[in-house]
Ligand binder design. Structure first.
Ligand code: Z5A
Length: 221
């Protein structure tokens, strides 16, 4: 019953919160699930994540940034995602190739055609069955991220992307919406501004439309 679903959107859109809830919801129904994230999901990916999200200790140009995300994805797909799908698991992924088009393409202005080629190469042409795009105004997302960063843990302070100007995040939001408009059969746009519970109900409604949705014997768990 394998199925690959990605959770995406601008900073602070709530995708991580929602992916965790979706993971629990699927497990309750007896589905085997791999919940993973980009950049990350493998030891190499986590090292690359540390490099990418640094807070200014070294320069990373847009081209190098793109290639590092692609490298993390290539290892993630080979080492974690494809094997889980081959085992028949559901794979939930916090960000995937759409994030590269949104951030490095629409955000940084790198060539979208080249990014698509690189995405296909690094993902071994794997595409999600469904992409949940959590949409909300940039100000609302950044306010959530700021609130989280103002917590006590120093490692939770603003990362390199959170420090970008508002216009950068605006281009990314518009970019995601245009990606969704171009592939309506794959994308589901979810209003991320609602409460955690409201958004979760909407996520479940989307998941229930998938043919792979698991049922226990005798009905839904
Ligand atoms: N990036 C890239 O440039 N290119 C790529 O190819 C890839 C990534 C793959 C790290 O991503 C950066 O990498 C990211 C894009 C770039 N930079 N930015 N911006 P990440 O996904 O690891 O980090 P993130 O974007 O900062 O996401 P996050 O920290 O996981 O946040 P989130 O998933 O959007 O939201 P959350 O953690 O679920 O919630 C954020 C806060 O809001 C938290 O305190 C929650 O409790 C709260 N929250 C969540 N939902 C709600 C609702 N509904 N109401 C109120 N409050 C809420």
């Amino acid at each position: 019953m394998k199925c690959f679903i990605t959770f995406d959107g601008i900073e602070g859109c709530g995708k991580t919160t929602q992916m965790r809830l979706a993971e629990a919801w699927l497990r309750e129904r007896g589905a085997p699930v791999l919940a993973t994230a980009e950049p990350g999901g493998t030891p190499l990916g986590r090292k690359i994540r540390e490099i990418l999200l640094n807070r200014g200790s070294w320069a990373i140009g847009a081209e190098a940034e793109l290639l590092l995300f692609a490298a993390a994805r290539a290892q993630h797909v080979r080492e974690a995602i494809l094997p889980a799908l081959e085992r028949g698991e559901w794979v939930l992924c916090d960000r995937f190739a759409d994030a590269t088009l949104a951030y490095q393409g629409f955000g940084r202005g790198l060539d979208a055609g080249f990014i698509r080629t690189l995405n296909a190469f690094s993902a071994q042409t794997l595409k999600p069955e469904m992409t949940l795009l959590f949409d909300l105004p940039v100000e609302a997302g950044l306010a959530r991220a700021k609130k989280r960063a103002s917590g006590v843990r120093p490692e939770a302070a603003e990362d390199r992307f959170e420090q970008e100007e508002r216009a950068f995040h605006g281009r990314i939001r518009e970019g995601y919406l245009s990606l969704a408009a171009a592939e309506p059969e794959r994308f589901r746009i979810i209003d991320g501004a609602g409460s955690v519970e409201t958004v979760h109900r909407e996520v479940c409604r989307c998941l229930e439309t998938l043919p792979q949705i698991p049922f226990r014997e005798g009905g839904r768990a």
